[in-house]
Write a protein that binds this ligand. Sequence first.
Ligand SMILES: [Zn+2]
Ligand SMILES: [Zn+2]
Length: 376
Amino acid sequence: MKAAVLAEEAARLEIRDLTLAPPGPHEVLVRLAASGVCHSDLHVIEGVLPVPLPAVLGHEGAGVVEAVGEGVTGTKPGDHVVLSWVPSCGHCYYCGIGRPDMCDEAFSIQMLGTLPGGGVRLGDRGQEVYHFLGTSCFAERAVVSERAVVPIRTDVPLDRAALVGCAVTTGYGAVVHTAQVGRGASVAVVGLGGVGLSIVQAARLQGAAQIIAIDRVPEKLDLALRLGATDVVDARGTDDIVTPVLDLTEGRGSDYAFEAIGRPATIEAAYGMTRKAGMTVVVGIASPDEQISLNAFAIPSAARILTGSWYGQSRPQEDIPAILDLYMAGRLDLDALISRRYRLEEINDAFAALARGELARGIVMFGGGGGEGDGR
Ligand SMILES: [Zn+2]
Ligand SMILES: [Zn+2]
């Protein structure tokens, strides 16, 4: 089967013909329909996020179950599924306290590049190829843990469903679960990729009164306005995105600020644009080597809550179907998040466009399907 392989850091992805072993116990074989192109994949390509290589990247996928291994009870061949990149174990400390997003076992699997059982199912002429985030969905097929599979309704187009595997669940959950934004709140969003635009939409659904969207790409600011932003800050040619937010909030700062880029400077700015006793939520993934700098006096005197949100603090088995119901009810726009569709062979073009900041979301389509013209 064809897959996009990252052989070494800072290289282009190579389309190779790989072997894929059949699913073992508690594993599932999925034929991919679509896989979104996410900044976390780009971080790996750039060497910012180190993972075992060679690997098949891709962690925002949706497809159809083709076969299941022994002992699988939660899904069956023919099911439409979204892949989850946090295959929580259900028995560690964090799963026990109701925080599967922090699952110790899922985290260690992500670092090892294997499936939860410790095995690798991908191969290249006898050499093992690692799984990225337990999903590896820049490939025609993937073998994943049953815990990484979320069955969904069959009337959702699978390219739209794929986005909910990472970007949408991350942004939506940061607003609904982590910050618990309430009616009438003011919200600032720094960075308008697939995650940031999902934060904008979730804030609108929660009844936020003011949603300030910040980016350097005018088209994304326009899109944010269409999706519910009330104000925009064009960050082209300036390093100061704090003052415009203060100006829009009577000098106080916003009740909530979300950082959806993962850069120290924008994390510090998000903290600075949060009002006293407000909340800053870092959603963007920075390099593990980077530090931020905060004024020590401001920590008690401004009493802001600075927190983070990993995969939207979600419970994928419940949240992903619920988010897709919002889409099908016309309350959440996933169509607008897809900027461009690519064939697997064009994947390096998709990453180049992402690196240039052109895309809300680019998506790789499999099986020759364009995903458009499905009546929606
Ligand atoms: Zn992602
Ligand atoms: Zn766990």
